[in-house]
Design a protein. Structure first.
Lengths: 290, 262
């Protein structure tokens, strides 16, 4: 029963990893930009939620209405003003830009809010749970997180396959030079995709923060590691792969936790390493090549 | 007024001159064919006309308006569509999606998925197929259809029949004839001389980036074209020969005479 419980908790833990991985997957799949600042964008999202609550008394859910569009706008701007220029220089340049952003953000957060953990209390949500069977309880928050992750992936998939801008994004991923010949400015399409990636990162950051009960300036480093691992395990550029990758990572961590509380991170990383070595394309083959 | 006019076009890749001193004009409803050996600069010239390659010198005018400074996607919105060399379909999209992306310039007109499928019947059973699963001829049909979706006024076709079976080429050319009504101007780059002579209103032969021969199919002998093609510049046959710019001696032609050859 302990193992079953760990399995269930691991699957649910995968929800938050998948959500964290989704934005990263979009940025890489469409723009071929590896966003090293993805975790820090998540952190900023969580900070917005924390500040909205502590300063203005606004609930976490309402703060999402600010955090997601605000960071979406930031993503649009970062792409147009910085990454697009960097892309002209070469493939390495955007990587360095995102690395720079990843360094700047925690330092700004420390200046503004010190290194103290900013609480993101969720009231009774953090402790309320549902009993599935004897010995297996699932938390309401992880359930909601998983539901949001699945809905988000489905919505993204739908957006990319059914809408005009979604088609442009997939076309840009295939061949942006030819997309321009169709009368579409690929820079705008890229910026929209980055806006999406940042907005989703903000959402993931808030859920990540809720799970941990708060956020510190350096939380992004761990978050981006999990996100990267979920993306790689699931398969680069596959949207549903991020969910599979998140779940595999979550389950490996919780199962390892059964053996010893010190093992989860290590085992998670080992599983990631094993996938890289033996199945570098990931466990889910990319069907809709995003 | 010419539908599309290029004047003194000089295009380079780094220090390599790909196109030197090309001037040409395209009238409404006209089919102008560019012929020449590989590396003659035909594709580069098309890319310059489409705005996909910035010329080192020279101007491009569309309906009298100087569009040299406009980028490729801006020219596409004006109605200049390029079917690029190698078809360049969006491989992970379906045929239908490729066509829909082709309407990215949001120009309205007679072309939509339905009418394009009618004009290019081989596309009808393929609409939901992935573009990466198509034969060369089918890919070319999609590429042409995708360009039509922008309801262009000028269609620039690069290497339509390259690598395709004759029977497929026949079908494509039959479709091409069907789409040409309504004043659509076409610039066609084609290696197949017989086919070019059959469909073109006017032919420009290029050699090493320069136009060496120009005329109507009727005014040009096959020998004159083959000679020009391979660089034996004999006395040009027929009227209009050596017309376009004559490699830079009349750079003043209607455009201020910038010293573009220096």
């Amino acid at each position: 029963m302990v193992v079953v419980n760990a399995l269930v908790q691991g699957i649910l833990l995968g929800g938050v990893f998948a959500m964290a991985a989704l934005g990263l997957s979009i940025a890489f799949g469409i723009l071929r930009v590896v966003n090293l600042a993805h975790g820090e964008i998540m952190t900023v999202g969580a900070y917005i939620a924390a500040i909205a609550l502590s300063r203005f008394g606004v609930s976490v859910w309402v703060s999402l209405l600010v955090a997601v569009p605000l960071l979406g706008l930031a993503g649009y701007w970062v792409q147009r003003a910085m990454l697009q220029r960097a892309l002209r220089i070469g493939e390495l340049a955007p990587l360095l830009v995102t690395f720079g952003i990843a360094i700047i953000i925690p330092n700004v957060l420390i200046e503004l809010f010190t290194t103290n953990k900013q609480a993101i209390p969720t009231g009774g949500l953090a402790v309320s749970s549902i009993s599935l069977v004897e010995g297996v309880n699932v938390g309401v928050l992880p359930l909601i997180t998983m539901a949001v992750a699945v809905a988000l992936i489905a919505a993204t998939q739908l957006y990319l396959s059914k809408t005009r801008n979604g088609r442009y994004m997939r076309a840009a991923a295939d061949d942006w030079e030819t997309l321009r010949l169709m009368g579409v400015d690929h820079r705008r399409v890229y910026a929209l995709a980055m806006a999406m990636a940042f907005g989703i990162a903000a959402l993931a950051g808030v859920f990540f923060g809720m799970r941990q009960g708060g956020v510190t300036p350096y939380d992004g480093q761990l978050a981006v590691l999990f996100a990267f691992e979920a993306v790689i395990i699931g398969g680069l550029g596959s949207l549903w792969g991020t969910l599979a990758g998140g779940i595999v990572l979550g389950v490996s961590q919780t199962l390892a936790g059964v053996v010893s509380p010190e093992l989860p991170l290590l085992v998670g990383n080992l599983v990631f390493l094993a996938v890289l070595m033996f199945r570098p394309t990931g466990i889910v083959q990319s069907k809709v090549a995003v | 007024m010419a539908l599309l006019a290029a004047d003194g076009i000089d295009a380079r890749y780094g220090d390599v001159r790909a196109v030197t001193g090309v001037s040409l004009s395209l009238a409404e409803g006209e089919l102008l064919a560019l012929v020449g050996a590989n590396g003659a600069g035909k594709s580069t010239l098309l890319r310059v006309l489409a705005g996909a390659h910035r010329p080192f010198a020279g101007t491009v005018a569309f309906r009298g308006e100087d569009v040299t400074g406009l980028r490729d996607f801006e020219r596409a919105r004006r109605g200049i569509a390029l079917v690029p060399e190698g078809r360049r379909l969006f491989a992970s999209l379906t045929v239908r999606e490729n066509l829909l992306v082709g309407a990215g310039s949001r120009r309205t007109g007679r072309w939509n998925v339905g009418s394009v499928t009618e004009a290019l019947p081989m596309l009808a059973p393929l609409l939901d197929r992935n573009a990466s699963q198509l034969s060369g001829g089918q890919q070319q049909a999609v590429a042409i259809g995708r360009a039509l979706m922008s309801n262009p006024e000028v269609l620039l076709l690069d290497e339509v029949s390259l690598g395709l079976a004759p029977i497929v080429i026949d079908e494509l050319y039959a479709s091409l004839a069907a789409v040409r009504d309504g004043g659509l101007g076409v610039v066609l780059v084609e290696q197949d001389l017989d086919r070019t002579l059959a469909v073109a209103d006017r032919i420009v032969c290029m050699l090493e980036g320069e136009p060496v021969l120009e005329g109507t199919p009727a005014s040009l002998s096959r020998e004159a074209i083959t000679d020009a093609y391979f660089g034996h510049v004999a006395a040009p046959a027929g009227g209009g020969a050596g017309g376009p710019g004559t490699a830079g001696d009349d750079a003043g032609a209607g455009n201020g005479g910038a010293a573009w050859w220096s």
